[in-house]
Write a protein of this length. Structure first.
Length: 368
């Protein structure tokens, strides 16, 4: 049976005790609708509650809530129980509340999301060197995550997605990983010493289709686009100061993204990800579509990325091409045109300038 998570906006004056009583009412009538309430999360501070429910479909879940207490959920998404547990640490009621008459759970579902990305250049290391690096890197990250209570959602050779309950733990963990990184990367290849970490935050259910999608998308874009190696959102910074009596993060090592820059970054990437592959995509069209003059767009992009619009678009396309080449999704000519380059020769030149290796040679080194 499908598993759903829904979001309720809690009205003023409603407490965790009220939410617990509504949950009890759900359990009394759930059998009438073929549902099974697994657990819930309540956050009095942010005035939200989230229910985890097995149900035949979304309508059955809505009808159950309506019958039980009349509080319709504001959003519903289908979820995977393993992913829910990875992010939130449980898929059933906390043990301390299971045997109480009124199951009061004042447990926020709000999380800090960490995205870690090491440079794709690392894929160009010789096999034995790459193995040594990955072992050292993953061992170092694992120790830091254990120390600071990070929950790994997914990982591969170059990337991590991690969930934290505590903002302070997330910030300190990121700083520790960055500090340790220089000791585990190959010293002979400066281009392989790149590490980007971003911290965003949010709740599991929003208007998006997937769990924590808004926070993950923003964090990933911050890692991919922002020029500084360690970036946090304005909300993460405010929460860190709140947890630490207004103590501030080290602004020399951490970039704090303003809310306006976060909005621009999402606006920019929503547009780029829809149009980037078109060969006739121009800076004039780029700026006009976003509602900026060329000079305004140039200033905002340089502030975030250190690049002009033309260079930003070219590097974005090259990054996409690198991934396609690594996965062998087509030959060089096909990938060149698929990523918006007018000719395979010009693509090869740009690729060589950026990655110091021809696409043909890269494919030979990474046959999988």
């Amino acid at each position: 049976m499908p598993l759903y998570m829904d979001r309720h906006e809690i009205p003023e004056g409603v407490t965790a005790e009220h939410v617990a009583k509504m949950h009890q009412e759900d359990l009394k009538v759930q059998h009438l609708y073929g549902c099974k309430g697994m657990t819930y999360w309540c956050d009095e501070q942010r005035r939200t509650a989230f229910c985890l429910i097995e149900a035949p479909n979304k309508k059955a879940l809505q009808d159950m809530h309506n019958h039980a207490h009349g509080e319709y959920p504001h959003s519903i998404i289908e979820v995977n129980e393993t992913i829910v547990e990875s992010f939130l640490g449980r898929i059933e009621d906390p043990e301390k509340s299971q045997n109480t008459e009124l199951n009061i759970i004042n447990d926020p579902a709000f999380r800090v999301i960490m995205v870690i990305e090491t440079s794709n250049y690392l894929d160009r290391l010789e096999a034995n060197q790459f193995t040594i690096f990955t072992q050292k890197f993953h061992n170092s990250v694992a120790k830091s995550l254990i120390k600071f209570n990070g929950r790994i959602i997914k990982k591969d050779n170059n990337n991590y997605l991690v969930s934290f309950k505590s903002v302070t733990d997330a910030v300190l963990c990121a700083q520790k990983i960055h500090f340790q990184f220089k000791y585990v990367t190959p010293k002979f290849d400066p281009s392989s010493r790149k590490l980007n970490i971003a911290l965003s935050s949010g709740t599991p259910v929003t208007a998006k289709e997937n769990i924590f999608e808004e926070a993950i998308t923003l964090g990933t874009r911050m890692c991919d686009i922002i020029k500084e190696p360690f970036v946090i959102t304005s909300e993460v910074n405010a929460l860190y100061e709140g947890e630490n009596r207004n103590a501030t993060v080290d602004r020399e090592s951490v970039r704090i993204l303003k809310a306006t820059d976060e909005k621009f970054l999402n606006q920019l990437m929503d547009f780029i990800e829809d149009k980037w592959h078109k060969p006739d995509f121009s800076v004039s069209y780029f700026s006009k579509s976003l509602g900026y003059s060329k000079s305004q767009l140039n200033r905002k992009l340089k502030n975030l990325t250190g690049q002009s619009p033309n260079n930003f678009l070219k590097e974005f396309r090259l990054h996409k091409a690198l991934k396609l080449l690594y996965k062998q999704h087509g030959n060089i000519s096909e990938i060149a045109f698929e990523t918006g380059f007018n000719s395979a020769a010009y693509f090869s030149k740009c690729f060589l300038d950026k990655y110091h290796i021809l696409p043909s040679k890269y494919i030979q080194q990474h046959s999988i």
